[in-house]
Design a protein around this ligand. Structure first.
Ligand code: BT5
Length: 265
């Protein structure tokens, strides 16, 4: 079994945009894990692993990502960073979110917003999650893996699980569900375009315009055991999030979970 993939399917039902190499799998545990293994074996920038059925999809900190064949898009993209991009690692989750927001606007007339650090929400509900992982050799960054899960149809996630944040799908929002490979093609083109702007100062200004719950009070859980109430200010050039505490002090955070107070799986 190659890299944990059960079956490789070589029927390519989409135009692969220039610069990308697409691996289509019938079934995989986690496309991120397969992409990490391909990166470790020397696969180039632009390698994409797509799975019709992802059986062990993961989020951050060991959380699960739910998906369903035909109703979800699950894929991972391998990026080898240029010298200019190397100092901007923290912008790469935003790259995935930003491309998704732009695809939602351009093709589905939906206003998506970036819920820092790695979600896209529509009408206050999560439609897409991004999982960025890095492959290191000692202190040298070898590759970045950008894994994205998108809810296409209403049944993309089980109705009976208690998610950390309310969820939605493209079908729930616009009345139809795109085909997974159709959306993948749109997203890859957008990821490629957006990546060209990643190194510019304007990138963060543009992302702040897409930031969800900006200016609002939320609960920030930084895994310290003591979640705190903060007001969301803006994302800094380095990808950190400026927040204001109830006593007016400002600080920048680099990891954490924002919620309205309730949480679960
Ligand atoms: C994420 O993590 O949202 C990142 C999800 C990335 C999934 C993709 S699929 C392709 C690639 N291969 C992988 O193995 N992963 C990536 P996080 O912010 O930690 O959120 C995880 C939480 O989202 C879970 O604990 C659930 O509460 C919730 N969740 C799970 N599935 C969901 C879904 N389909 N829609 C909305 N929320 C979901």
């Amino acid at each position: 079994m190659l890299f944990g993939a059960k079956k490789f399917c070589f029927l390519i039902a989409m135009q692969v945009p220039p610069g990308f190499t697409l691996h289509i799998l019938e079934e995989a545990g986690s496309t991120n894990d397969i992409c990490l293994a391909l990166a470790d074996a020397g696969a180039p920038d632009g390698t994409v692993v797509f799975a019709h059925h992802q059986t062990a999809g993961k989020g951050r900190q060991g959380r699960k990502w739910f998906s369903r064949p035909g109703s979800s898009l699950t894929f991972s993209l391998l990026l080898r960073l240029s010298i200019d991009e190397l100092g901007l690692l923290s912008r790469f989750s935003l790259l995935g979110c930003s491309a998704m927001v732009d695809v939602l606007a351009q093709y589905y007339q939906l206003q998506g917003l970036i819920k820092w650090p790695n979600d896209v929400i529509v009408h206050g509900k999560k439609i897409c999650g991004v999982l960025m992982e890095a492959l290191w050799q000692g202190r040298a960054l070898q590759a970045v893996i950008l894994g994205m899960g998108v809810n296409l149809a209403r049944d993309a996630y089980p109705p009976d699980v208690n998610l950390r944040y309310p969820a939605t799908s493209i079908e729930s929002e616009v009345g139809f569900a795109p085909q997974p490979l159709e959306l993948l093609e749109k997203l890859l083109i957008m990821l490629d375009q957006t990546r060209k702007n990643l190194v510019t100062d304007d990138f963060m200004h543009a992302k702040n315009a897409q930031l969800a719950i900006r200016g609002e009070w939320v609960t920030l859980d930084e895994n310290t055991g003591e979640p705190r109430r903060v007001r969301l200010l803006e994302i800094d050039q380095d990808g950190g999030l400026w927040v204001e505490a109830e006593d007016g002090t400002r600080s920048k955070v680099y990891a954490g979970e924002l919620s309205n107070g309730s949480s679960s799986s």
